[in-house]
Design a protein around this ligand. Structure first.
Ligand code: ADP
Ligand code: ZN
Length: 609
């Protein structure tokens, strides 16, 4: 807008200049008087006129003896002498007048006559010109719509990312070594008749370092890296995605050998023909184009497409066929050793105090992805800067864990004493129910400081990373989730709105136990409802239920039974350990937060299995 305004001002200045020049070349007349032809004739007769200049055949510029200027107009067809003779001027009298014909069009004179006509055109032209330029700017953007938005990274020695920058994932690295070899020495493989793989699918949760890994492959091989996100293909205009894919591959082929990295490929690569509505057509076209480009790439062209997804289960089978994304590499969540290593990488450029024990922090962060860990150290650095300290302390990092997990503390959230008491009993309920069951994780922290949307929180941490869970663990977890509400019921004979999110969590867990994990005796070892299909509204409406009405009723009954039994367990535990509850609450009311040691000082060590 500012730009447009500027151009408008320029246009005005230019116009003013042109007008100025015009007025300068236009001769200024000293106000001639207009006379009739008969007046001219009589003036000639009386010898008052010295000269007549005829311009453009009609205009007479007359100069009198006393040097006055006059103008008269005659018909085109007559010459001046004819005209004067017709008006009774004799030949002698005519000779006294100097008659000249000036047929050259006077620049000034003609301009003054033309200017009124030209000027509006000039203005209109200027306006059109400038607006056109504006529109053209936008137009150019529209023209480049079909071009890829891909960002290209050409790693130079300085900012090169290698496998050393990606911690953990040893198996993935070994598998990707091969891709690096393909990119570096393709002849080695093609001479043996081997086909170079075209697609590698990186599968893993968000933040586990898939992008980082793809960049590392490019860095190791020393080839350019084109990165685009699947969601960027899908725009509001149909056909854009496909043309972007075409453009992306064209650009990539030009700088082969190289890597194309498509993040979130599930945004375009979901199973086709599954949806309602127009946007799906667009997605399908884009996906088809990707397949066409991958199939169309000659074996000589050394372009490898790497794609990342955290939902490999929803991908269209066509994407996974041989010759497409047939290499699949799993990028794992980091385990405790990897977490420590990742923390080390991200601690490199941060001044840590000598008391910081990264192994303890790794222990406290199960379920954290690489990105979460990077974020954790960043949060700790921010907190340290805000406290005007020079070094990041161990406690600051620990505090940041909760911030990353649950959101920032809400110090402004002031609770009344009664609210505080209810929250304390609620959290003590969670903690006690967790503590006195053998299969739950130990309680690490109980707090009534509100964080994010939670009124208070109870943190329990597994003693080791777990990837398998048993039915008994789930059942005990369910009781612990309901422990808060149970405590409110037992100690206040009433429940608050506090536990509503607990209830949702409990229902979800119970549902998963019954429907997903096949852990119900009455229903048998099978799953209910095709979870993969639930991604699409269209399929959901049609197929999600793969069981009968009568089974649906059994499912409902079994979920209810699980939740009710868990609640009973919770109520009996908070009743049985009433004294411990009261003691924990008393501590919480003064200290607000209890660490594991303080909690176990009241309740004793966790009973073993
Ligand atoms: P994804 O693509 O899987 O969502 P990213 O590659 O974008 O994850 O990872 C985000 C950031 O997290 C990285 O830039 C890096 O700083 C950090 N990170 C994730 N995994 C690792 C890892 N294994 N080693 C080191 N840093 C990691
Ligand atoms: Zn709760």
């Amino acid at each position: 807008m500012k730009n447009l305004f500027g151009k408008f001002i320029t246009a005005l200045v230019v116009l003013a200049l042109i007008l100025g020049v015009f007025s300068m070349i236009t001769p200024s007349f000293n106000e001639p008087t207009v006379v009739s032809l008969s007046q001219v004739a009589s003036a000639v007769k009386s010898g008052e006129i010295t000269s007549v200049v005829v311009k453009e055949n009609t205009k007479l510029f007359i100069t009198t003896k006393d040097n006055k200027q006059q103008i008269a107009t005659k018909e085109v067809s007559e010459s001046v002498s004819e005209m004067l003779t017709n008006l009774g001027v004799t030949a002698e009298e005519l000779k006294t007048v100097d008659i000249r014909v000036d047929n050259e069009k006077g620049v000034g004179a003609s301009l003054t006559s033309w200017l009124p006509f030209i000027l509006p055109f000039v203005i209109v032209l200027f306006v059109i010109f400038f607006f056109l330029r504006q529109v053209q700017g936008a137009n150019n953007k529209a023209m480049s719509f079909g071009q890829t938005q891909a960002r290209m990274f050409n790693q130079n020695a300085k900012n090169k990312i290698t496998f050393a920058d990606v911690e953990g994932n040893k198996e993935a690295k070994i598998e990707l070594e091969e891709i690096v070899e393909f990119l570096k020495h393709p002849q080695k493989f093609t001479s043996l008749g081997a086909k170079i793989p075209k697609g590698v699918l990186l599968m893993g949760s968000p933040g586990t370092g898939k992008t980082l890994m793809a960049k590392a492959v490019a860095g190791e091989a020393g080839v350019p890296f084109f990165s685009i996100s699947g969601s960027e293909f899908v725009e509001m205009f149909v056909g854009v995605g496909a043309s972007r894919v075409r453009d992306l591959f064209k650009k990539a082929k030009k700088s082969a050998p190289c890597i194309i990295f498509i993040d979130e490929i599930d945004a375009v690569g979901r199973q086709r023909g599954a949806g309602l509505g127009g946007s799906h057509d667009e997605r399908e076209q884009t996906l088809n184009q990707i397949l066409v480009e991958m199939d169309g790439m000659e074996t000589k062209v050394n372009v490898i497409v790497m794609a990342a997804t955290n939902r490999p289960d929803v991908l269209d089978p066509a994407l996974l066929r041989p010759g497409r994304f047939d290499r699949r590499v799993v990028i794992d969540m980091p385990d405790i050793k990897d977490r420590e290593a990742i923390l080390k990488v991200h601690a490199k450029d941060k001044p840590l105090a000598s008391d910081v024990a990264l192994d303890v922090i790794a222990q406290r962060t199960p379920g954290f992805s690489g990105a979460d860990l990077a974020n954790l150290l960043n949060e700790a650095a921010i907190a340290t800067a805000r406290a005007n300290k020079k070094q990041i302390a161990h406690q600051t990092v620990l505090d940041s864990i909760e911030k990353v997990l649950l959101g920032p503390e809400r110090k402004s959230h002031i609770m009344s004493e009664k609210e505080k008491l209810v929250t304390a009993y609620h959290e003590a309920g969670h903690a006690v129910v967790a503590h006195y069951q053998p299969h739950t994780d130990p309680v690490h922290k109980v707090s009534i400081i509100s964080r994010g949307r939670a009124g208070g929180y109870t943190l329990k941490l597994p003693t080791q990373d777990k990837s398998l869970h048993t039915k008994q663990e789930f059942i005990e977890d369910l009781a612990m989730i309901l422990g808060g509400q149970a405590a409110e019921e037992v100690f206040f004979k009433d429940v608050s709105t506090g536990p509503s999110s607990d209830l949702r969590k409990a229902t979800e867990l119970a549902k998963a136990i019954v429907m997903e994990y096949g852990m119900n005796d009455r229903l048998g070892p099978r799953t209910f409802g095709d979870k993969n299909d639930m991604v699409f509204l269209g399929k959901d409406l049609a197929h999600a239920r793969d069981y009968s009405e009568s089974i649906a009723q059994v499912i409902d009954e079994e979920i209810e039974k699980l939740v009710k039994e868990a609640k009973k367990t919770a109520v009996s535990l908070v009743t049985k350990y009433k004294d411990q509850m009261d003691a924990v609450v008393k501590e919480l009311m003064t200290k607000e937060t209890l660490e594991r040691a303080e909690f176990e000082a009241i309740c004793g060590a966790k009973p073993s299995k």
